[in-house]
Design a protein. Structure first.
Length: 298
């Protein structure tokens, strides 16, 4: 568990490793039968536990459903194969596809029910490049950057002046991180920094009640069916307004690395926000240092 917490912390998905421990405690407390197991740090410790548990419950007729989330891990292929030896699709075992199925699992996956639990699991692996970014302060000894450095931009002194011209200036480019090479701008804490947006007030008021799908119009919507409106086309003024509207809903994390995320990563009122605890944005999202010191390329 400590290793996982460190990975999350190094990848800047957590502000502090202690948050992970708090999460696990909260998860275990939520229901007497909720367990988050610390498998220890032996090689394949977690895999061994999952496999033993699954084998035990699969043979138990009272067990109605097993959901397995290991889609990116080829090492489960050999183990799962034993459950695919009939012509039927196994309905008791459901494979959760979070990151895309690893190639050997992909072949087996047709023999199982499958589901996506969007928003619950990551849909891509934690990239090493994110880890490197964390430690890339200019070293006093002028150490050589690792080979994968190219994918991540560091922030030597003077980065701001040198790179400032490529920073998104208009709201149109800002939300379009996709066009801008899928960059996510960050401050020196590795927090995502939303660039200011200028939106036409009247257009914003007009669009707000239309419940347009922000992701569909601004980046990419993965919901099918989607509960929001995908109809029609928007003008660039309307796109700006929608981008502004989308930013009014807080993202789940200040360390967001989703290039398609259109939510807000800070309260636009910042320290001047007078909504107090009624504001949807948490404390931390009112205190974001907006000085950009680097970006990651996703
Ligand atoms: Zn949608
Ligand atoms: Zn986000
Ligand atoms: Zn606020």
């Amino acid at each position: 568990m400590a290793g996982l917490a460190k990975t999350y912390y190094d990848a800047k998905l957590l502000p502090d490793a202690i948050v992970f421990r708090q999460f696990v405690q909260g998860f275990n407390k939520e229901h007497a039968l909720c367990h988050f197991t610390d498998a220890g740090d032996d090689k394949e410790a977690a895999d061994n536990k999952v496999k033993a548990e699954m084998a035990l419950f699969y043979d138990n007729v009272h067990c109605k459903h097993i959901m397995l989330a290991a889609s990116g891990d080829n090492s489960y292929a050999g183990f799962l194969r034993q459950y695919t030896l009939t012509d039927q699709v196994s309905s008791r075992v459901v494979l959760i596809e979070s990151i895309p199925f690893a190639n050997q699992l992909d072949v087996l996956a047709i023999k199982f029910e499958k589901t996506h639990l969007q928003g619950l699991f990551r849909d891509h692996k934690i990239e090493k490049k994110a880890l490197l970014f964390h430690e890339e302060r200019p070293g006093p000894l002028g150490d050589t950057p690792p080979a994968t450095y190219a994918s991540t931009v560091k922030q030597p002194n003077g980065w701001q002046e040198k790179q400032a011209p490529v920073l998104p200036k208009s709201p149109l480019i800002d939300g379009g991180q996709v066009e801008a090479g899928r960059r996510i701008y960050q401050n020196n804490k590795g927090q995502r920094v939303d660039q200011p947006i200028k939106a036409d007030k009247a257009t914003t008021y007009r669009l707000k009640p239309l419940k347009l799908c922000n992701r569909h119009f601004l980046t990419k919507c993965y919901h099918n069916p989607c509960g929001h409106n995908h109809e029609g086309k928007l003008t660039s003024v309307e796109i700006d307004a929608l981008r502004f509207i989308a930013r009014l809903s807080p993202c789940q994390t200040l360390y967001c690395e989703d290039p398609d995320c259109v939510s807000g990563h800070r309260c636009m009122q910042g320290a001047n926000c007078d909504k107090g605890s009624r504001c949807w944005f948490g404390d931390e999202m009112h205190r974001v240092d907006t000085k950009i010191t680097g970006f990651i390329t996703v």
